[in-house]
Write a protein that binds this ligand. Structure first.
Ligand code: NAP
Length: 330
């Protein structure tokens, strides 16, 4: 620790400073989470090193396990330690036993958003332009006579372009990578559903919604409101990390009325996302769209509940009125 940092610690927390001056070095052993075999042992580890520093040291011994692939834990079944956690702050003695788990190959966010979000955009257009192999040669490159089909294409494209833009310019993710396993699963989900929805909406036999223009206009207004709401929440979440730290904080409503849903739910971005897909279902009146919405809703409810309970556990002063995803209900 440099002198200036040490003086800072000494001023803020004299006890900790006294302790760190007494404990000069740690011993760290890393065991395999599954087999409990010792993978490596480091002596003379400086107590102020972070988990990320330990990961870098471990990486030197095992070049195939780069830091983003490593999950380092205090308990084989416990949570992964955060990169920024400091060795001397962990509940361990001077001989720390840590457990390693391989998270599998990882890929960077650029690749994630290109494959996950650009995929559905591209797939949808194949059906919109009626490529010869989908609806037969006679209908190849023809265009639908229903205006709702064109509007649906605009809304679908808008949704995924917005997501791409948010991933590049708005989100401040806490992890730099995503497991390759997850991206393969997600691509099946997004690409597969995009193809299924697009096949029916752009089908030459597609029939427009029962209540015509009224239904389409109402759905479009709802869709735009929900997309704006979803974007506003993403901006609000991103602003929580303006200081560059990657920790989680309690999100609160801001001056933007779209964020006022934070008064009632923990994950309003999911609420708005579900709203967008309900609107798209009403607009197209298409069963596969309804199914995609339902599956998305179930998945987001599971995630929202997990996030909600994590907030309650992490923050004692967490607002009690909030539900997970649907105000006053769920
Ligand atoms: N249609 C579907 O089936 C479907 C399913 C899921 C998601 N989506 C869409 O994709 C969007 C993103 O999904 P997501 O699951 O990544 O949403 P999320 O978990 O709410 O995260 C969105 C961003 O906000 C950050 N964040 C979340 N809570 C935070 C907090 N308390 N403090 C600071 N930063 C925080 C996240 O960082 P971290 O890296 O720390 O998480 C991430 O960068 C959703 O809002 C939704 O529009 C669609």
């Amino acid at each position: 620790m440099c002198m200036a940092c040490w003086r800072g610690v000494a001023r803020r927390d004299p006890c900790k400073a006294a302790m760190s001056s007494r404990i000069s070095f740690f011993e760290v052993e890393i065991l395999d989470c599954k087999t409990m075999r010792q993978l490596c042992f480091f002596d003379k580890v400086e107590p102020h090193l972070t988990v990320n520093d330990v990961k870098l040291m471990f990486h030197k011994c095992y070049p195939q396990w780069y830091p983003a692939r490593q999950s380092i834990r205090l308990d084989p079944k416990g949570r992964s330690l955060k990169d920024e956690e400091i060795l001397q702050d962990l509940p361990v003695g001077t001989t720390a036993t840590l457990y390693f788990r391989d998270l599998g190959p990882q890929i960077g966010w650029t690749m994630v958003f290109l494959t996950e979000y650009a995929g559905p955009l591209f797939v949808y257009f194949l059906f919109y332009f009626r490529m010869p192999f989908f609806y037969g040669l006679a209908k190849a490159f023809t265009s639908s006579s229903h205006s709702v089909v064109h509007l649906a294409c605009c809304c679908h494209s808008f949704h995924y372009i917005k997501r791409l833009i948010e991933t590049i310019f708005v989100h401040r993710f806490s992890h730099g990578t995503m497991p390759l396993r997850s991206i393969v699963k997600n691509c099946f989900y997004y690409w597969g559903f995009a193809a299924w929805l697009a096949y029916y909406i752009n089908h030459p036999l597609y029939t427009p919604p029962s209540y015509g223009k009224k239904q389409i206009c109402l759905a479009m207004i709802m869709f735009l409101i929900c997309e704006t709401g979803n974007f506003s929440i993403h901006v609000a979440l991103s602003n929580l990390r303006q200081d560059g730290l990657r920790s989680r904080r309690i999100p609160f409503p801001t001056r933007n009325p779209f964020t006022w849903l934070f008064f009632f739910v923990s994950c309003p971005n999911y609420t708005y996302e579900v709203g967008s897909w309900i609107s798209f279902t009403v607009m197209t009146q298409c069963v596969p769209v309804g199914l995609f919405t339902l599956i998305g809703f179930i998945q987001m409810t599971i995630w929202a509940k997990e996030k909600h309970y994590r907030y309650l556990k992490e923050f004692k002063d967490y607002p009690r009125l909030r539900m997970s995803i649907i105000p006053f209900l769920l």
